[in-house]
Design a protein around this ligand. Structure first.
Ligand code: HEC
Length: 223
């Protein structure tokens, strides 16, 4: 009994810690906005001053994180950024990353896939349209519900480097027991491509997006 209590106590402790660290690992754009005041001198209030030609506004959270960790570890050398990043914690960097990812870029050269696809409005509309097509598709009768739309939007926003944190279950857990077939997965993909074409998404962005989705297939099909 005592042992069991100890184990369950430790488990709850570990789970709480996990929840705390995963929440902490997600950046907070509002906190990032406050922390960005000092950066504004060189990069502009919203990160839209193209300092030495790169713009922080609308950059993907992953690219921003890589650059900052690179400066901090000395893998990337620039005296100002090397000194500046020494004083920043991992959480500061995630908050700043979320803030800059949420700022609309004045041009799309350094922008995340999220902004190149048109930001939250366009991504949201693409998800809604794809679900609408799936609902009307005899091959998928009753298989896709509108209920997953908001989690899907959040997941796509996060995966394309936008200012979101995915709070849903992992793909395997989310599809367990659904027994989704190869043909059903392909049918959803076909519908998505139809929507992207209707939205006139350029080939480059289309293939980047499909390149993010296709590797998830083993976690979705046959679970
Ligand atoms: C005194 C001017 C100055 C300040 C202040 C400054 N930076 Fe920079 N930053 C630079 C310069 C110069 C570069 C270009 C370095 C290079 O390309 O090697 C740079 C590059 C970067 C990059 C890499 C961009 C890319 O895509 O390659 C990031 C990210 C960045 N800064 C973030 C920040 C953040 C966040 C802050 C505030 C905490 C900040 N900077 C404050 C001057 C500054």
């Amino acid at each position: 009994m005592k042992v069991r209590k100890l184990v369950s106590g430790a488990l709850i402790g570990a789970l709480t810690l996990f929840a705390a660290t995963s929440a902490a690992a997600a950046g907070n754009a509002q906190a990032g906005s406050t922390k960005s005041m000092f950066c504004a001198a060189c990069h502009g209030i919203d990160g839209n001053v193209p300092y030495l030609s790169t713009r922080l506004a609308g950059q993907s959270t992953a690219r921003f994180h890589d650059s900052m960790m690179g400066f901090k570890a000395g893998r990337r050398v620039h005296p100002v950024m090397n000194i500046l990043t020494l004083g920043l914690t991992e959480q500061d960097i995630r908050d700043l990353g979320m803030f800059y990812a949420s700022q609309k870029p004045a041009d799309l050269k350094d922008a995340s896939l999220y902004w190149r696809l048109g930001g939250s409005g366009a991504l949201g509309a693409a998800v809604d349209e794809t679900i609408k097509l799936a609902k009307a598709d005899a091959r998928l009768a009753g298989r896709l519900s509108g209920g997953c739309a908001s989690k899907l939007k959040e997941q796509l926003c996060a995966a394309t480097g936008g200012p979101c944190t995915y709070t849903g279950r992992d793909m395997k857990a989310a599809h367990t027991g659904m027994k989704i077939t190869e043909a059903e997965f392909a049918a959803v993909g076909e519908n998505l491509v139809k929507v992207l074409d209707a939205f006139k998404v350029p080939e480059k962005e289309k293939s980047e997006l499909l390149g993010l989705i296709l590797p998830l297939k083993p976690q979705i099909v046959g679970q």
